[in-house]
Ligand binder design. Structure first.
Ligand SMILES: Nc1ncnc2c1ncn2[C@@H]1O[C@H](COP(=O)(O)OP(=O)(O)OP(=O)(O)O)[C@@H](O)[C@H]1O
Ligand SMILES: [Mg+2]
Length: 275
């Protein structure tokens, strides 16, 4: 879904404030971000002093326990919410139409639109003629194992199918930065593995910058250049890990010594081994 207008307003403010440490070359930069929600008259801190940077074309994953603020963080980067403190810049703060494509964690398919017409929503919003948008979407339905379901309504699809339609919509929306909140959480292992390969191929072709939220450490390691581990709420970055595995990556790597070692490191960080 496009969030251009919010993004642009935020970028304007960031530029006006002239944040001294913003890095123009970063595709996504988060600096000193804090966020709290009001709950029963008190403030519930959710994110605390989060900083990280994704250079153009980088694949960054965010893992952490449930409630650590991963979705909140992604929503703030997407421009849906404001941070209480800190700054977020996308594309170095440069105003540009169509920078961000965001896939929220919750299923946001429109029940009155067919799967195909849900998938083209972002393209339509950005002005692509419907016929052209449908043609492009149809090609991807086959890749995502959704052939034959183009005309189906969301209520008749299983959770994994709905998730793939939402994922296609994000991919088709385009944009140099993709923000994906647990895009494969509802998929079985085989479909998930196929989607991983497809996403990696796409990522390389499009040179897009990806920020992916996931519960799945193996998924994070297989896909990413960098993995951020958040602490339990309030989420802080307890580990920022550069993944040393060579590319292209494939499923068989998950049994390699390097992979197993990295996985142990991330698990230790998630369970509080790294302060
Ligand atoms: N709009 C809101 N108002 C009040 N509290 C909120 C709001 N959004 C999130 N929270 C709270 O903030 C905390 C972090 O939520 P968030 O959804 O970001 O976590 P998460 O890491 O994505 O969790 P999960 O892994 O279960 O998806 C939770 O305690 C949640 O209840
Ligand atoms: Mg979440």
């Amino acid at each position: 879904m496009s969030t251009d207008s919010t993004r642009t307003a935020r970028d304007d403010r960031a530029v006006r404030r002239g944040h001294p440490t913003a890095t123009p070359s970063a595709a996504v930069e988060v600096l000193g971000l804090c966020k709290a929600y009001a709950l029963h008259g008190t403030l519930l801190p959710v994110l605390q002093d989060i900083s990280f940077q994704a250079s153009p074309g980088a694949f960054v994953s965010v893992v952490g326990p449930s409630g650590s603020g991963k979705s909140t963080l992604l929503g703030i980067i997407a421009g849906l919410e404001e941070p209480d403190e800190g700054t977020v810049t996308v594309g170095g703060g440069v105003r540009r139409l169509g920078t961000v494509a965001y896939m929220p964690q919750a299923d946001t398919l429109l029940p009155w639109r067919s799967a195909l017409d849900n998938a083209i929503l972002g393209m339509e919003v950005r002005g692509t003629p419907r016929h052209e948008a449908r043609t492009r979407a149809r090609e991807l339905f086959a890749v995502a194992g959704l052939s034959g379901f183009e005309g189906a309504y969301p209520s008749t699809l299983c959770g994994g199918m709905r998730q793939r339609v939402a994922f296609l919509r994000t991919v088709l929306t385009g944009g140099s930065v993709m923000l994906l909140d647990e895009p494969f959480g509802a998929l079985d292992a085989l479909t998930r593995s196929a989607m991983h390969e497809w996403l990696l191929g796409l990522w390389e072709r499009l040179s897009a910058t990806v920020v992916l939220v996931t519960h799945d450490i193996e998924e994070a390691l297989l896909l990413s250049d960098q993995v951020l581990v958040l602490s339990p709420r309030p989420g802080r970055v307890v580990l920022s890990h550069e993944v040393p595995l060579p590319r292209p990556r494939h499923r068989a790597m998950t049994v390699s010594e390097a992979f197993v070692g990295d996985k142990a490191l991330l698990l230790e960080a998630i369970h509080g081994g790294v302060a």
